[in-house]
Design a protein around this ligand. Structure first.
Ligand code: ATP
Length: 280
């Protein structure tokens, strides 16, 4: 669906934010996009949405460059940004004005989602809190039913019950015709939601794998492994020492936070370990 090839991007004369990025995003998947602060996650999402343009390389949706901003391409992508300004309108008015850009927009779905989030179409947006405004955008984004839905830190500003609501709402929004990409630092908010991990580090993609491949090849746990040679990365936690090790075909639940820290600290060892297993 969306294909990024040899993409380079820098802001004016600054060093490259993204360098030689190659990624493919396909329908039926929910991608988790992770990276440290300033690694270029928001920049990548904006490039995907056609809001920024690659310096070299390409970013194509349905084979056409998003940078051309053609209406028949833009109708198929919606970005829920991290920071935003919304007009001082009632939610219902906002919906009437903006829904016309998205042919598959469902007003019923939007209103149902608003209700789920405890909001009403008669609410005035400027009188809402940041978290409530974010809920309006999340609900609107899902209701656009665009084949590509991009979300930048969607759970930032949401309270604890709303984070569970977010997971529930997202799970109901997934279908085989959609591709969803969610960038976040709140990895626990994506628990059991994503099925593919993309990690950016040092301007590059350092992991791009389905969760299935990760769980087949890596072992996550708290108990010390007998065979210390298998251990790739460890870190202290309140409950003891968390361990990331080479898999033994006994699948364990993926700890996304441990995976992220492990990839940043011991990336090559992890990639080599997965490659050697998958090529065995
Ligand atoms: N408009 C801009 N002009 C110049 N530099 C920018 C601009 N926006 C972002 N940057 C720089 O580009 C780099 C990547 O920023 P970006 O916001 O994409 O990172 P991020 O991974 O989303 O970060 P975070 O996790 O902190 O949200 C950072 O070094 C940032 O300072």
């Amino acid at each position: 669906m969306l294909s990024i090839k040899k993409l380079h991007f820098a802001y004016s004369n600054s060093p490259a934010v993204l360098s030689n990025i190659n990624l493919n995003f396909s329908t039926g998947n929910i991608y988790g996009l992770f990276g440290k602060n300033g690694e270029g996650k928001s920049t990548l999402l904006k490039l995907m949405a056609g809001l920024l343009f690659p310096m070299t390389g390409s970013c194509n949706l349905h084979g056409e460059p998003t940078k051309k901003r053609q209406p028949h391409i833009l109708k198929d992508v919606f970005l829920v940004p991290e920071d935003f300004e919304l007009p001082s309108l009632r939610i219902g008015q906002f919906e009437k004005i903006n829904s016309s850009f998205y042919p598959s927009f469902s007003k019923t779905q939007f209103y149902d989602l608003l209700e789920e989030f405890g909001l009403s179409p008669s609410n005035t947006i400027s009188k809402l809190s940041f978290g409530q405004k974010k809920k309006v955008l999340i609900a609107f984004g899902i209701a656009t039913n665009t084949p590509l839905l991009l979300m930048d830190e969607p759970t930032n500003g949401l309270d604890i019950p709303s984070k569970s609501q977010f997971r529930k709402v997202m799970a109901s929004a997934v279908d085989q015709g959609k591709c969803i990409v969610i960038s976040t630092h709140q990895v626990r908010d994506l628990h059991s939601l994503i099925n593919h991990v993309v990690i950016l580090d040092d301007s590059k993609v350092c992991m791009d794998l389905p969760l299935e491949t990760i769980s087949e090849n890596l072992w996550f746990g708290m108990t010390p492994k007998k065979n210390l040679e298998d251990v790739i990365y460890t870190e202290s936690t309140l409950g003891g020492r968390a361990i990331l090790a080479r898999g033994e075909r006994d699948e364990t639940e993926i700890d996304l936070e441990l995976l992220f820290n492990g990839v940043i600290e011991a990336g090559v060892k992890i990639t080599e370990s997965i490659n050697s297993e998958t090529h065995a």
